[in-house]
Design a protein around this ligand. Structure first.
Ligand code: FE2
Ligand code: FE2
Length: 480
């Protein structure tokens, strides 16, 4: 079978010759009803019968892999799609560097590999759960469609990880696949595995910040796993990255449109000072300082996903050839890191400063640094919009020590510039940096649905171009 072609005949679209793999096919078919139950219980609330203009992956050819059409979400064709196998691919880092890439799980690394797959897999349904009520307050049909697109693709990412579990990890894999449907975001008894995926996504600005900042963590993790010497994981993640790009697009352009609408309204009203919050809010738009606070919140929660700066798990996964660095193939070193060092930001004698650590132990820190660079690029584009209106305000990412719950800075309090604060000071100033109840109430007051074709809520500008080149009056969701 041609790998670019997807087999659509069976229940589960795939390009992994599932038809000839009876054991795995049966296991997935058995898992399928539980998945649908989960989707119906925990997926987008209130719109399961609506027709949504969605893209579905029908090939893995980078030039034309998606087909757009109206679909009811529970009938979306969630499939198992892997990027094409590369002839002669090798393990490219760690102690096995230069050996042929593994097509089966290396026995000695089985537990470590399973854990990597499960942790990645757990984030996918978690974000669907976090976003399940947002459809009801969508600022337009265009945005609603984008939300649902992200949701069905996170569902497909869950399928992707479950395929790996079912195919390569036997009974344990089956149990893990079941458990992925049992945990629930924010549930006190059976929470999702990572902190940021148990937080709420209560409003659309949160959604845009989440897809900008947190899906971007997803990108970094997938990039690192796409380097894996375990070839099926690498191929799976490579195709997931194609879809992930749209999620970050939704976040980046979403925030851009919020910022733009705010600036437009300020200009129309003749307000030049971005700190005249009450005046700006009266215009029915979100003031820039509150947008900054939301960015502070989502950025800091996302940094926690990178784990401890110094990590034996990360070192082991790299050493074993299971999880590489961001763009490993472009880095110019020995790709084994037995001797090098890497500067790690630490708390030393009460001061935040760099200290060299063994490069192998500092891989989480390194991935986080790469992430911060990547995240900053879009922030620059938001600022360009503000600048074009001549408003003296700049959105800035907070210091990495700000509002942390994991790692080096979890035990201290710091402001957005990285200045240490006492608990007392933090309590007093928290509301200057993070959304207050007042801010949340105000944003919530704006979350009125706008479901008329071609119309947008007061607080967000229309997009520059439509999805799939559709015009402004296109009906992205036919609400049932
Ligand atoms: Fe995902
Ligand atoms: Fe995503």
């Amino acid at each position: 079978m041609n790998i670019d072609q997807v087999d659509y005949d069976g229940l589960i679209p795939n390009n992994v010759a599932l038809g000839q793999d009876v054991r795995v096919k049966r296991a997935l078919e058995k898992w399928h009803p539980g998945y649908l139950n989960w989707w119906n219980d925990m997926g987008p609330e209130g719109f399961q019968e609506s027709l949504v203009y969605l893209r579905t992956a029908v090939s893995v050819d980078p030039k034309g892999w998606a087909k757009f059409d109206y679909v009811r979400m529970p009938e979306y064709r969630w499939g198992v799609l892997l990027a094409p196998q590369m002839e002669g691919r090798k393990v490219n880092f760690g102690t096995h560097k230069g050996e042929p890439a593994w097509q089966d799980v290396p026995g000695e690394y089985r537990a470590m590999l399973r854990r990597l797959v499960v942790i990645q897999g757990d984030t996918e349904p978690a974000s669907v759960e976090q976003q399940r009520y947002l459809g009801k307050t969508a600022p337009s049909l265009y945005d609603m469609r984008n939300l649902f697109q992200v949701n069905v693709e996170e569902g497909r990412h869950l399928w992707a990880m479950v395929y790996l579990l079912q195919k390569y990890f036997g009974t344990d894999g089956r149990e893990e696949a079941e458990a992925l449907l049992q945990r629930r975001s924010g549930d006190p008894d059976t929470p999702r595995m990572l902190g940021a995926f148990n937080e709420k996504t209560p409003d659309w600005l949160s959604f845009f910040m989440f897809t900008y900042f947190t899906d971007r963590d997803g990108k970094m993790q997938l990039e690192a796993l796409a380097q894996s010497g375990f070839d099926p994981l690498s191929r799976t993640c490579r195709f997931m990255l194609t879809e992930e790009a749209h999620h970050m697009f939704v976040g980046e352009t979403g925030v851009t449109r919020v910022v733009q609408r705010t600036c437009e309204a300020m200009k129309e009203a003749g307000i030049k000072d971005p700190n005249e919050i009450e005046k700006v809010r009266k215009l029915g738009v979100i003031d820039l300082p509150t947008i900054q606070k939301k960015a502070n919140l989502h950025f800091s929660l996302t940094l926690d996903l990178f784990g401890n700066e110094i990590s034996t798990n990360a070192a082991n996964a790299f050493h074993a050839g299971l999880k590489g660095r961001y763009r490993e193939e472009r880095l110019k070193d020995d790709h084994q890191l037995e001797s090098g060092t890497y500067p790690v930001l630490r708390l030393i004698d009460g001061k935040i400063q760099n200290q060299d650590a063994p490069a192998l132990s500092a891989l989480n820190m390194r991935l986080r640094d790469d992430y911060v660079v990547d995240a900053n690029a879009g922030v620059g584009r938001w600022n360009k919009v503000i600048e074009s209106f001549g408003i003296p305000f700049e959105i800035k990412l907070p210091h990495v020590a700000f509002h942390r719950h994991i790692g080096e800075f979890s035990s201290i309090k710091a402001d957005v510039n990285g200045h240490l604060m006492s608990d007392e000071q933090w309590k007093k100033h928290r509301g200057d940096f993070l959304p207050t109840d007042d801010d949340k109430d105000f944003i919530e007051s704006l979350m009125r649905p706008q479901m008329e074709i071609g119309k947008f809520a007061s607080w967000i500008a229309p997009p520059k171009v439509g999805i799939d080149n559709k015009s402004g009056d296109f009906e992205y969701v036919k609400i049932a």
